[in-house]
Ligand binder design. Structure first.
Ligand code: ZN
Length: 617
């Protein structure tokens, strides 16, 4: 297992300093007392909290979807990191120094490759940043930023840069630092010449924006022309790589995620400069989609940080159509959560914990950047407070495209919106929107209901909200493992009587094996340590669940004995069955010597069984 490569004492030191309650409460609002805390699960959609964290056991578990583990496993799952990366991240946070070479050795080949891609992008970002700040060529870009009102602190925070007009600045800078042009080609920062050998910089004479992931590692770069050129695109981005997926990345999130979590709300803008401008104005709970429509992945990411998303769009048609492009994703992922404002408060309890979407449409000719320049922080915040619920916005936006004065117009409008209404699983909301449509069009409710019914025939059935996960039934296997997890001093006693392979359920068997191994290697150990020894995620999930379900402290030995006896009995009965088959076969062959031998074994085994039967109460 990977963990073997980082010294065990270092892992334990990091874990000892990273209190699970403290760490997780940076990600989720934990509520509770007495060492047990609850929150809405970040890994599945739910309305009542079943995600549980215990301080004493230093584990988490969700009774809804079954995930569980220790503090490292939470970070791995939440931040999509490998085990060594999760250890490194917490070590950094709590000031534990890691042996560098050992960490790299612990990374898989794929992780090492990813790390190389990050370092290439970071090297390039540094080159552009230096060029912007301290070269004569950078003056042009410095003047541009000044004119756009971007201050020095923002330039520093967002590591803005300038790609000079020369053809090989980055190629040479990289070569001096041991990065080959071929490697830079892989991240799309450099291109191979079409004619003849050699390479050239892809970004030239552009203002550069490093694009970082939520952890702050640079995954790509974006470049903006300083003045419009007829033949060149205004914006140019790195191509997608294994570390950069456009539809998943939200610009600025690494700097704004804590503010978003504190506010429980995220503003979504479109461009780099929109984001920087809004952030600089003091509104820090903001991300940018960088011109792509809001995707399902974006929504998933944001849901972990906020329960309300406010889409802020330019007051022109392009802005509006961008807003509508995101619509279907919101409806697929969160179709149950769009209600006209008046109903929001009455259903607030039911809605809590999910991402509601609202829309701010800026006045014509404005984008978030120009608006905060003119009206400041308060001007934008005022509009955010007055944001329109997303579905209402959609109803309004569609109304503009249809002539609701004519029967044909009304019908077209209804046909456009009804499919959206049918995707809602919530009966109450469907009814609300239907009556909203009735109000807006004057079409009879019965006619709408017919149309809706017709649409529903063709619609796919809605996915089930409840997530079922595997949990073994109650029996001696589960009970034994559960008892030994809590009462670990009994492990050696159990080990002498029941080998792990007596267990048939594979996950429970793997857990029992790990318990036996740890007990013989280390004597005493805690659950967090056991969790690291289990490579199979399903085993970890199961352990977390088992230790959180209380088993009585009474008559522990009696309960353990009962389980051991039951498991031994089952084993002996299986052996007896096999012997019987062998005897039958020996008899058929006429092998009387073998038969007598088997009969003797059978009788002996049967006696142990009846002895055990009497011993058990
Ligand atoms: Zn869950």
């Amino acid at each position: 297992m990977v963990a073997d490569h980082i010294p065990q004492e270092v892992i334990e030191e990091v874990r000892r300093r990273s209190d699970i309650v403290e760490v997780i409460s940076e990600y989720l609002p934990l509520k509770g007392s007495g060492g047990n805390y609850k929150a809405l699960c970040p890994f599945h959609s739910e309305k009542t909290p079943s995600f549980t964290v215990t301080r004493q056991k230093q584990i988490f578990h969700c009774f809804g979807c079954g995930v569980g583990g220790n503090v490292f496993h939470f970070i791995m799952k939440y931040e999509h990191l490998s085990f060594p990366e999760a250890v490194a991240s917490l070590a950094h946070r709590f000031g534990v120094s890691l042996p560098k070479g050992r960490l790299r050795a612990a990374m898989s080949e794929a992780e090492t490759h990813k790390d190389q891609l990050y370092r290439l992008n970071e090297m390039a970002a540094e080159y552009y940043h230096k060029t912007l700040l301290s070269t004569a060529q950078g003056e042009k870009a410095r003047a541009y930023l000044k004119q756009r009102g971007v201050n020095a602190r923002s330039v520093e925070l967002f590591k803005l840069g300038y790609a000079p007009a020369s053809w090989d600045g980055l190629v040479r800078y990289g070569a001096e630092r041991g990065f080959s042009p071929q490697a830079l080609v892989e991240v799309g920062l450099v291109k191979a010449r079409e004619q003849g050998p050699g390479f050239y910089d892809r970004f030239r004479d552009r203002l550069m924006f490093p694009i970082a992931n939520a952890m702050g590692r640079v995954v790509a770069l974006g470049g903006r022309l300083l003045e419009n050129l007829p033949d060149a695109p205004k914006y140019l981005n790195s191509p997608e790589t294994t570390i950069y997926k456009k539809g998943q990345l939200l610009y600025g999130l690494h700097l704004t995620k804590h503010a978003i979590r504190r506010a429980g709300q995220v503003l979504i803008v479109e461009g780099y400069l929109d984001l920087i401008s809004v952030f600089q104005a003091g509104i820090e709970n903001v991300v940018a989609t960088l011109g792509t429509a809001l995707t399902r992945s974006h929504v998933q990411v944001l849901k972990a940080y906020a329960n309300e998303a406010v889409l802020v769009f330019d007051g022109d048609n392009a802005g509006r159509s961008a807003a509508l492009r995101g619509k279907e994703y919101f409806l697929q992922e969160h179709r149950r959560y769009f209600l006209p404002g008046a109903h929001l408060s009455s259903l607030k309890g039911a809605l809590e914990g999910d991402l509601h979407a609202k829309v701010v449409l800026l006045p014509a000719g404005h984008d978030p950047d120009t608006l905060v320049q003119r009206e400041g922080r308060d001007g934008l915040l005022k509009r955010v407070r007055q944001a329109q619920p997303f579905m209402e916005f959609v109803f309004d936006a569609e109304a503009e495209g249809h002539d609701l004065g004519s029967v044909q117009g009304k019908l077209a409008y209804v046909r456009k919106l009804l499919p959206l209404v049918t995707t809602m699983t919530n009966q109450v909301e469907r009814t609300e929107y239907l009556s909203e449509l009735v109000k807006r069009t004057g079409i009879a409710p019965a006619a709408l209901a017919d149309e809706l019914h017709r649409l529903k025939q063709g619609a796919k059935p809605a996915a089930n909200d409840g997530v079922a996960y595997y949990f073994p039934g109650l029996g001696p296997e589960r009970l034994l493992v559960q008892l030994l997890l809590t009462h670990r001093s009994w492990i050696p006693y159990a080990r002498l009587q029941v080998p792990a392979d007596f267990l048939q359920e594979p996950l429970l068997r793997a857990i029992l094996q790990a318990l036996y191994r740890l007990a013989s290697e280390r004597g005493d150990f805690d659950i967090a340590t056991l969790l690291e020894a289990l490579a199979d995620e399903r085993c970890r999930d199961l352990v977390a669940r088992l230790v959180l379900e209380s088993v009585g402290d009474e008559a522990v030995q009696q309960q353990i004995d009962d389980c051991l006896v039951a498991l031994q009995r089952r084993q002996i009965e299986a052996q007896l069955k096999r012997l019987k088959e062998d005897m039958h076969e020996a008899e058929g062959r006429g092998d009387m010597v073998q038969l007598a031998h088997l009969q003797q074994q059978f009788a002996q085994l049967r006696r142990t069984l009846t002895r055990r039967g009497r011993a058990a109460p």
